[in-house]
Design a protein around this ligand. Sequence first.
Ligand code: URA
Length: 435
Amino acid sequence: MHMNDLIRKKRDGNKLTEEEILAFVQGYTEGSIPDYQASALAMAIYFRGMDAKETAALTMAMANSGDRLTMPEMGVRADKHSTGGVGDKTTLIVAPIVAACGVKVPKMSGRGLGHTGGTTDKLSAIPGFRTDLSMKEIESIVQTCGLCIAGSSKELAPADKKLYALRDVTATVDSIPLIAASIMSKKFAAGAQNLVLDVKTGSGAFMKRSADAKSLAKAMVDIGTHEGLRVTALITNMDAPLGYAIGNTLEVIEAVQTLQGIGPEDLTQLCLHLAAQMLYLAGKGTQDECMEMAQHALYSGLALERLIWMVSAQGGDSSVITDTTLFRKSRCFRTVKARSDGFIRRIDAEKCGLAAMRLGAGRTTKDDEIDPAAGIVLDVKPGSEIHSGDRIATLFAERDDVFDGAVELLADAFEVSDVEPKPIPLIIDRISNVK
Ligand code: URA
């Protein structure tokens, strides 16, 4: 195979064969294909796209580029993946619910980058909690607790890591086939069996427009269909932050409150739907029965018990879960007050995420240190009625000097109107290869 011919073929709008795609992925991973040719191909794909067969071939070539977990001893298991959002602590709630219903959840999660948070950063806010686990440790924790949330290993889908880093600096990230193959390759490598995708759309999401989120969801479900994986995608709203808390410790506390049955309505409902879809894919009953099981696990406290077991099994201090007042607090805070009367029309999730990042809750570069206690707690949701002078948010940080830019950015995230806005549905669509 000559890489030059392959680039030309895609540039001219032709389809690549499975063999050509495999040769490219193998050559790029081992270093015989240079970055400049891989960038040219990524750009050709960006403009010309890939059909379902090509996308599936790219996915599997990347999935097979490193270790593949099979977990034959584990039995029925389910996984979830969120395309990323602001205040998205769903994994901390959904995984314990599903485990409490008897379906195993071995979950590989990522770190946050930019304005979106990452599950491993949230869990790292728990003193002692370890996410760097060996496969043996993951298997044994799943066998005893029913769930385990670990950081993704460097050995899983190394081709995706290399290609993603290249796409990041060559303006080729936002291509639907490349995103779909990237996400799904990691799921196949991690041994997914029943997969629920939370594809977010809105200002705080990767896919700002719901039509793009649907195309991405469809591309990922099609890959599943092609490769015999049961996949359901929920397209969900990420125009406003999920729940009220943004920032690692603050989000763990809100996740615990949700598992105590006193969480925010939007977060609770989304988690119940995601969990019910995972149980449904795992064959636990009809969609209605699975929803009832998820509700029972949540409101009985059984799911919270699972989270506590998992935290202890992964080396964490579970006393902060049983009593969240024990978490270390930020030293400084500021409030944002409403400047007029009216209704909250919009809370721009991306601005909230960027403000939280400035406070130290997220990373600007991949080596930045996170302050677990930093973040934002909102007092309102879109649709809330407010009066001038009401507190609408509180910002937390370790140092006073980080507040200036962050307070302005956050204040700018709120849009107020005289008329009560129509509620926006949280779950916009469901796309699945399982009836
Ligand atoms: N997330 C991924 O894992 N890969 C992409 O390409 C984009 C988002």
